[in-house]
Design a binder for this molecule. Structure first.
Ligand SMILES: Cc1cc2nc3c(=O)[nH]c(=O)nc-3n(C[C@H](O)[C@H](O)[C@H](O)COP(=O)(O)O)c2cc1C
Length: 175
C-alpha cells in the first residue's frame, strides 16, 4: 500500500478548494505524499491509502458531485481511512456554533454510504457578486441586509489546521 493521501473537493467559488489545499499542505508537512484535486479530476482512488473528501454546502447539502463520488467509490472507501468535511455559511452566523449539531446532519447522506473516521465542519466565504443565479444573489443580498451573516471570507485557518493535525494519525493508521 502506498503512503499517498488524496484530498478531493467540490467547490463552486473557491473557498472549499482553499480549505482542501490547507488540509493537504498540513498532511504533507507530516511527510505524507498528498494529492489535492477537484473531485471531477479523480478517476481512480486505488493508489491512495487514505481519502479525504470535502464539499461546499448548497441548500443544506454537499454538492452533487461530492456525494456521487462517495457513492461511486463506496466499496473502496470502506476499506481505507476516509474523512469528510464541509464548508458553509451557517457556521459564520452570530452564535453560529449553536447550529453545529444541525450542520453536522448535512453529512448524514455521506455517513449512510461510508462512515468517516473524522468529520470537519468549517465556516466558508461569501462573495455575492460571484453567484451566477439572479434569484440566489437576491436571496443572499436579503440575508446579508437582514443581518443573517456577512459577506467576506470567514474561514478559520486555526480550526482547519487543528482538524488536519488530528486527522494525520487516523489516516496513516494501519487499516
Ligand atoms: C446557491 C448557494 C446555496 C447555499 N446554501 C447554503 C446553505 O444551505 N447553508 C449554508 O450554510 N451555506 C450555504 N451556502 C454558502 C456556501 O456553502 C459558502 O459560501 C461556501 O463557502 C461556498 O464554498 P465554495 O466557494 O467552495 O463554493 C450557499 C451558497 C450558494 C452560492
Amino acid at each position: 500500500m502506498s503512503d499517498k493521501i488524496l484530498v478531493a473537493y467540490a467547490s463552486r467559488f473557491g473557498a472549499t478548494a482553499g480549505v482542501a489545499e490547507a488540509i493537504g499542505k498540513n498532511l504533507a508537512e507530516h511527510g505524507a505524499q498528498v494529492d489535492v484535486l477537484p473531485i471531477k479530476a479523480v478517476k481512480d482512488i486505488s493508489p491512495y491509502r487514505a481519502v479525504v473528501v470535502g464539499s461546499a454546502i448548497n441548500a443544506g447539502a454537499w454538492l452533487p458531485e461530492a456525494l456521487q463520488f462517495v457513492q461511486e467509490h463506496q466499496a473502496d472507501l470502506r476499506r481505507k481511512p476516509f474523512a469528510a468535511f464541509l464548508v458553509c455559511m451557517t457556521l459564520t452566523m452570530k452564535n453560529g456554533e449553536q447550529y453545529r449539531s444541525h450542520v453536522s446532519t448535512w453529512l448524514e447522506p455521506v455517513r449512510a454510504l461510508v462512515r468517516p473516521v473524522s468529520e470537519g465542519l468549517f465556516a466558508g466565504a461569501l462573495d455575492i457578486g460571484k453567484i451566477p443565479s439572479f434569484s440566489d444573489r437576491l436571496k443572499f443580498r436579503i440575508s446579508v441586509l437582514s443581518g443573517v451573516w456577512k459577506e467576506g471570507d470567514h474561514r478559520d485557518w486555526n480550526a482547519i489546521h487543528a482538524w488536519a493535525e488530528s486527522l494525520y494519525p487516523l489516516l496513516i493508521s494501519v487499516s
